[in-house]
Design a protein around this ligand. Sequence first.
Ligand SMILES: Cc1cc2nc3c(=O)[nH]c(=O)nc-3n(C[C@H](O)[C@H](O)[C@H](O)COP(=O)(O)OP(=O)(O)OC[C@H]3O[C@@H](n4cnc5c(N)ncnc54)[C@H](O)[C@@H]3O)c2cc1C
Length: 405
Amino acid sequence: MGIVLFENKKTCCGCSACASICPKGAIEMKPDDQGFIYPVVDSNLCVSCGACKKVCAYQNENSLHEPVRAYAAVNRKQEQLAKSASGGVFAAVATYFLESGGVVFGASLDIRNGQSIPHLIGIENIEQLERIQGSKYVQSAVEDTYKQARQKLSEGRKVLFSGTPCQIAGLYGYLKKDYNNLWTIDVICHGVPNAKFFNDYLGVEAKKRGGVPIGYSFRDKKRGWGMNARLDLRRPSGGEKSIYIPARLTSYNTLFLDGDIYRENCYECPYAHKERVADMTIGDFWGIEREHPELLKQDAFDERKGISCILANTEKGVELCKKITDRIWLSESTYDKIARKNGQLSHPSVQSSRRKIIMELYEKAGYDGVEKWFHKKYRKQIIVHSIYNAIPRKVRVALKSIIKN
Ligand SMILES: Cc1cc2nc3c(=O)[nH]c(=O)nc-3n(C[C@H](O)[C@H](O)[C@H](O)COP(=O)(O)OP(=O)(O)OC[C@H]3O[C@@H](n4cnc5c(N)ncnc54)[C@H](O)[C@@H]3O)c2cc1C
């Protein structure tokens, strides 16, 4: 009989700290019937040493920090800003580390033979930065990045580790000690769907559009800062094409934004509050037009290009902000201003009654079943959003301000 790692799926975030620490290699991360990964113990290999339970962030106390400073921020480099989901703070911090000989860990979405692989990777040169820029709205596998980070830290290298709050808590649990040469960033996170579900969506979408996926961006800024996506395909004839996908016109993006397809533990996330796990928290500065209208009068803070929020949660985080002032436009804000339109800073996402229907449908009928259900259930929304998206942005903005007044 091997060790019992957790009693309830709501208490496992799939960070794989347990699998990373196991001295016998007895724990493997495996998908359940709905595609969510959980640690599975091989009772033949397990010696019940309990190392796995000691590193589990859900079963041990985490060090949490109240934000010390809060900012609105935008990357000064236009190329980095354009490839980032929000204001490009992550790229600015990562560049600082890479230029000073550091190693940076972050999420990459690799697509091989039409199959997507969302996972954390470590990079050591600026040419690779693009891979870990941009939001991937799907759970990224930690794989052996905790081990790699520990190795780099013990070599005395500066390490920047970024990910979701639970991945950062998992890293601290795994490392078990403080390192002066480690800095961490967590994203404000409203929850993660699983990699299999996303991959199946990608297959259905690509088939419908006629091609094989070669790239996917969850946040394409072609029509401004928002939640619209881009799918890159190889045509059967051999050429390539890119398709711009407005968020509310596809099943995956809609179900993601409505919080209908996350891991079970996300709905009770122990990190969705003011006290943060990482040295620095980054997110979108939603609601900036109400909180800081004065900033939008400056060219640097452009709503069409994206604006980030930063919470500097530790002295390390505060120092880091100072180190990158030549790389970003920075303006003081407050936690309250940032949290007002970012619910994940005060409570976890709420689970809807739709989640059960969708996930059971996925189990029985695959993503095709989910797609059919979506098009039936959301018919009206799709029509309204198709019309909305056909209206040029300038006209939309004018209409909005007329309606407001
Ligand atoms: C699943 C998820 C949910 C989010 N929900 C919110 C939200 O509700 N409100 C909000 O304000 N912001 C949210 N964000 C953060 C937001 O989308 C941007 O990532 C953030 O603002 C950083 O933007 P940037 O322009 O500085 O950097 P970018 O270059 O856009 O982002 C890169 C950073 O995001 C990390 N990252 C991207 N995808 C993943 C992933 N799958 N797993 C782990 N780390 C990842 C990278 O490691 C890197 O640190 C979420 C991000 C993710 C991944």
